[in-house]
Design a protein around this ligand. Structure first.
Ligand code: ADP
Ligand code: MG
Length: 641
């Protein structure tokens, strides 16, 4: 039974309903047939024909489906299914006159299979529950102000929809009118309501808590964040993790070995003077005892459960492999800006060469209007707060890890850090303007070798950062470093606050330096890079595990990462790490238990005349136990709020 679950994993999940019912009916028939035979044997003798018929029903209902499935696997894919072993053992039992014991085997096998199917289905379908949360219709706002109800599938980017309180957002879009709170737990796992006003992004399937909002559609139905999440999780479940491939390979090889072994055992028992029937019975017992069902199911049960639990908490693993790699990570490297810090920087001071503060900020904001860096955002907000209209700047180019250049009516202007100042040959002018840079990020604005002024920008550590770092350190991570393109003084201020030793703070880095550092760490053991995906996609890709935070809002991050934290919450990182380690531990437990149980049963079958029903109970019981042990992960509390 275990293998049928493993194989059906690669199919897209739609079965369930009717197939599950058929499962239950067949199991019921098998058990009923067995019950009649047991009644006959232990309570009151029944007509032999009736007993025979009952046993036939048990064998057909319990044996035909696995036989059919095994033949399909054998001739369709050329793989030997473990189910076949059970059928062979039951038939062998019947041949030697132990038909009732064979029926016990089939009944238990069938019950366990049904339970397992249900349990694994629960793990596999946990995320598709999201599907039900996607609204079918939306209230479209016409150009004339009229509101009509339309199918969500008919909405296109640019359409406007009205969202009433209590309703779920029908599309990915941005707020154009109104202000209110949204519960985004569906997408980000974050149950704390989020305030949203004009310009804010909203995601399909999240709940509008308290006010009327007008939303402009930005993505089609199939590109929405929820649609992507469902696709990613489905793909992740289908992709096999390394240990899963091991257990599949083991199952295959071992199934053949068990068949051959049982035949050899038959002749072995004969050598030891067993009657032919006695020998066959014990060979069948061995066959059941040695079947590796528990080994094969032990890994996927744990991985499926962990992937589902994580996804419901807003953490997407791109497959079991990412889960296993995260558990084995030796060091973590963190991007600073927007990752360890909030990325919602504030302008805290300015120095202007000619004293015209307004003209200065308007020009700087004009340049930064074209950047998506958190610093740019701070500067745009500073201009907005002073009611300034940004100067028109064209031909803008970003200089990653340095700044930005563009042209206004007078010619080329630039804004950026010390490195850019140096490259422009403006170091002396900068020194003359502001010698002491303090512990804030400095953004210089200049024209050629001339410096027009500078703003100080400060960004605070996320509230959740310190706690998450502490939890990683406790979780056995060897080294945690911070990487930033920012100045040393700023890096030290933030880093020391978060408990980094000075040696673990790398500053003044270009994007390529971050990649080099990641490579250096990776040479000493698996490294995870945690970034926000804004300008660290290369490091995310290069790390053994790339982890992007705030991925709900960023397409790049969702693509580039191995693990996507949908919320902007460091707590999700600590939880994901803990979950991955727990999953790895459960996989180890399951494999050890499954192999150990098999060893005990085989020893019993070889040397202690273990009865067939006991072998069956041990075998099926062990298989169910590993599934249930894996399912424990499903209940794991990945942070909500
Ligand atoms: P981090 O590694 O902290 O995420 P980045 O590599 O994105 O930082 O940037 C490094 C430095 O480059 C910033 O601290 C800032 O001084 C400068 N910089 C980058 N982009 C800009 C920009 N758009 N405007 C001004 N300065 C910038
Ligand atoms: Mg950054």
């Amino acid at each position: 039974m275990s293998t049928t679950v493993v194989h059906s994993q690669s199919q897209l999940p739609q079965e369930h309903g009717s197939e599950a019912n058929a499962d239950v009916i067949l199991t019921g028939l098998t058990v009923a047939g067995l019950a009649v035979a047991i009644f006959d044997a232990f309570a009151m003798p029944l007509p032999p024909a009736a007993v025979l018929a009952a046993l036939a029903v048990a064998y057909l209902a319990g044996g035909l489906p696995p036989l059919a499935n095994a033949l399909k696997e054998l001739f369709g894919k050329g793989v030997l299914d473990i189910d076949l072993l059970m059928v062979v053992a039951a038939v062998a039992a019947a041949v030697v006159g132990a038909a009732m014991e064979g029926a016990v085997l089939l009944a238990l096998f069938s019950i366990a299979g049904t339970l397992e199917h249900r349990a694994m289905g629960r793990a596999r379908h946990a995320v598709e529950a999201l599907m039900q949360l996607r609204p079918d219709t939306a209230l479209r706002l016409g150009p004339d102000g009229a509101v009509t109800e339309v199918a969500v599938a008919n909405l296109v980017p640019g359409d406007r929809v009205v969202l009433r309180p209590g309703a779920r957002v029908p599309v990915d879009g941005k707020v154009v009118d109104g202000e209110g709170r949204l519960d985004e737990a569906t997408v980000t796992g974050e149950s704390h309501p989020m305030k949203k006003g004009p310009g804010a992004a909203v995601f399909e399937a999240c709940v509008n808590l308290d006010s009327v909002l007008t939303i402009e559609v930005t993505r089609g139905l199939n590109d929405s964040t929820v649609a992507r999440m469902i696709r990613l999780v489905t793909e992740a479940q289908a992709a096999k993790a390394p240990s899963e491939r091991f257990s599949d390979w083991f199952g295959q090889t071992y199934t053949v070995a068990v068949l051959v072994g049982a035949i050899l055992a038959y002749f072995g028992f004969r050598l030891f003077d067993y009657e032919p029937e006695h020998a066959l019975y014990h060979a069948a017992t061995l066959l059941v005892a040695a079947s590796p069902c528990a080994v094969v199911i032990s890994v996927p049960a744990a991985i499926l459960s962990a992937l589902s639990a994580a996804a419901r908490g807003g953490v997407l693993f791109k497959g079991g492999a990412a889960l296993e790699r995260l558990a084995a990570v030796k060091s973590f490297a963190f991007d600073k800006t927007g990752t360890l810090t909030t990325g919602r920087a504030e302008v805290t001071g300015l120095q202007v060469a000619d004293g015209d503060e307004h003209g200065f900020i308007a020009l700087l904001a004009g340049l930064e209007a074209h950047s998506e860096h958190p610093i740019a955002d701070a500067i745009r907000r500073a201009a907005l707060a002073r009611d300034l209209v940004p100067v028109l700047v064209t031909g803008v180019r970003a200089l990653p890890s340095e700044g930005i250049v563009g042209s206004d009516a007078l010619g080329e202007v630039w804004a950026g850090n010390d490195r850019l100042v140096q490259r422009m040959g403006a170091t002396e002018a900068a020194q003359a303007l502001a010698a002491d840079h303090g512990e804030d990020t400095m953004v210089w604005l200049g024209r050629g070798a001339q410096v027009l002024g500078a703003v100080r920008v400060a960004d605070a550590a996320r509230e959740t950062s310190a706690q998450a770092l502490a939890s990683l350190r406790k979780g056995g991570v060897r080294q945690i470093v911070m990487m930033t393109g920012d100045r040393r003084a700023v890096a030290l201020r933030i880093g020391r606050d978060l408990g980094f030793a000075d040696d673990d703070i790398a500053s003044d880095l270009m994007a390529a330096d971050k990649v080099k550092l990641v490579e250096k760490l990776s040479a000493e053991g698996a490294v995870a890079f945690v970034g926000d995906g804004v300008n660290d996609a290369a490091a995310l890709a290069r790390a053994d595990v790339g982890i992007a935070m705030g991925a709900a809002g960023s397409e790049v991050a969702l693509q580039a990462a191995d693990v996507a934290l949908m919320a902007e919450d460091m707590g999700q990182l600590a939880d994901a790490h803990r979950l991955s380690r727990k999953a790895a531990a459960i996989i180890k437990q399951n494999l050890a238990f499954a192999l150990g149980a098999m060893l005990v049963l085989v020893t019993g079958g070889l040397f202690f005349e273990l009865p067939l029903p006991l072998a069956v109970i041990g075998h099926e019981g062990g298989t169910l136990l590993v599934v249930l042990n894996g399912l424990r992960l499903l209940a794991d509390p990945i942070r909500k709020g």
